[in-house]
Design a binder for this molecule. Structure first.
Ligand code: IMP
Ligand code: MG
Length: 180
């Protein structure tokens, strides 16, 4: 059996339409501008489109966190693999994440960044799997709530593959090639 992206869950056009709505909401809520902090690597595609849907002054920074191994289940361990380039003291910070699953990653990140005294700290996540939550996370802006299925594409990976798909697809087990 091999795992392949077999069903489109959110097509590219719906992703882009929803991002335009999120951008408009962020414009309204942050008239003085915002610092977008994207979590590497999955959120990069979302960040690039979201930043262009926002018209208020935007700055961007990146943070690296890992809580997953190569597979589909969380190791439960979170570690910072790359810190921000600059301080966030006194800034309005919006963390940009691809998907909220158990909540372990964002729960950890909010506590780390919260100690650095930002003026405000909120989260925008493209996808949310609420059924999977183990730790509480307050997500201010959600693109789409999705069922408990493993998805790839638009930045999301399985073993580092499929990030470049334009649509968000469900990864399913399918029979592998017949050998012999
Ligand atoms: P959490 O800490 O369990 O909330 O996990 C969040 C991270 O797990 C995300 O940033 C993704 O990297 C990864 N993740 C969770 N669900 C999926 C999925 O369905 N597809 C791909 N990656 C996922
Ligand atoms: Mg991620």
């Amino acid at each position: 059996m091999t795992e392949t992206p077999s069903r489109i869950l959110v097509p590219a056009e719906r992703i882009q339409a929803r991002i335009r709505e999120l951008g408009a909401a962020i414009d309204k809520d942050y008239p003085n501008g915002v610092l977008l902090v994207a979590i590497l690597k999955g959120a990069c595609f979302f960040l690039a489109d979201l930043a262009r849907a926002i018209t208020i002054p935007v700055r961007i920074d990146f943070i690296g966190i890992s809580s997953y191994g190569k597979g589909k289940t969380s190791s439960g361990e979170v570690k910072l693999t790359k810190d921000l380039d600059a301080t966030i003291d006194g800034l309005d910070v919006l963390v940009v994440e691809d998907i909220v699953d158990s909540g372990i990653t964002l729960n950890y990140l909010v506590s780390v960044l919260g100690q650095r005294k930002p003026r405000s700290l909120r989260i925008v996540a493209l996808l949310d799997k609420p059924d999977r939550r183990l730790r509480p996370v307050d997500v201010a802006y959600v693109g789409f709530q999705i069922p408990d299925e493993f998805v790839v594409g638009y930045g999301l990976d399985y073993a580092e593959l499929y990030r470049n798909l334009a649509d968000i697809c469900v990864l399913e087990l399918s029979p592998g090639p017949v050998l012999g």
